[in-house]
Design a binder for this molecule. Structure first.
Ligand code: ATP
Ligand code: MG
Length: 243
């Protein structure tokens, strides 16, 4: 089976010392993969370089087998590589409906506005509200809904739980499972290890510019294993920072 997304030895950063020092992983269709890492680990840097918002120094990004590494962000989106960015980046003055309409720019066969509203019924009640007036959870639903309107082959979602009440986090993450059941490939950057392991098929941990480990999280035992390993890695980081 051709991977939906293939990241091969990606190197990227902002200064001489790269943030990503050779990151490799694959995501299959219908799979939810969570990239775990603390603040500053490089999750956003990884998602930006996958989408072409940040130029990569070396390595490759392949979408359904095609090398897209040299394509501009918009061209990647038109082929189905779609990002729901950190902080949501909605149009705050536009209504929910207008934000959803704007998401349809790629012209790909995508979720209709109605399909997004079926997935997120809360948004249906707020259709004519300004996006900036929504609760954090509703804004995150709208950000995911807008991304779905672009017809993603691979949907990248950067820290969806940020600032949300636990119930809202669950509501948003439950939708990731529903989407995967329809065949959608999803990559989520997170620090919320409990939610990440709850919905992911597999979790990757980003540390010191590399994937420190990757493990399945389909069973309670596998989830406990990843949670413990991640806690241990965070504790080591704390000791090193305390020096
Ligand atoms: N525009 C930038 N210019 C210079 N350095 C940056 C820039 N953006 C991020 N960095 C640095 O790159 C590293 C990785 O940052 P990044 O935002 O990718 O982490 P993150 O895992 O997304 O963190 P968070 O969980 O806080 O969002 C950090 O050391 C950060 O300070
Ligand atoms: Mg980030």
């Amino acid at each position: 089976m051709t991977a939906a997304l293939e990241i091969d030895d990606l190197v990227a950063g902002y200064v001489v010392e790269p943030v990503l020092a050779g990151v490799s992983f694959e995501v299959q269709p219908a799979e939810v993969v969570c990239v775990l890492g603390p603040n500053g680990a490089g999750k956003t840097t990884l998602f930006k370089s996958i989408c072409g918002l940040l130029e990569t120094r070396s390595g490759a990004v392949r979408l359904a087998g095609d090398d897209v590494t040299r394509l501009r962000t918009e061209r990647r989106a038109r082929r189905g590589l779609v990002l729901a960015p950190e902080g949501r980046r909605l149009f705050p003055g536009l209504t929910v409906e207008e934000n959803l309409t704007a998401g349809g720019f790629t012209g790909r066969d995508s979720h209709s506005v109605e399909a997004v509203l079926t997935l997120f019924p809360r948004l249906a009640e707020r259709l004519s509200s300004a996006a900036g007036k929504l609760s954090g959870g509703e804004q995150q639903m709208l950000a995911v809904g807008r991304a779905l309107r672009s017809g993603p082959r691979v949907l990248l979602i950067d820290e969806p739980s940020l600032g949300l009440a636990p119930m809202m986090v669950r509501a948003v993450f439950d939708v990731f499972r529903d989407l995967a059941a329809e065949g959608q490939a999803i990559v989520v950057a997170e620090q919320n290890v409990a939610e990440a392991t709850r919905v992911a098929d597999r979790c990757l941990v980003l540390s010191e510019g590399r994937i420190a480990f990757s493990a399945p999280t389909r069973t309670p035992e596998e989830r406990a294993h990843v949670q413990a390993a991640y806690a241990e890695l965070l504790a080591i980081g704390d000791v090193e920072r305390a020096g």
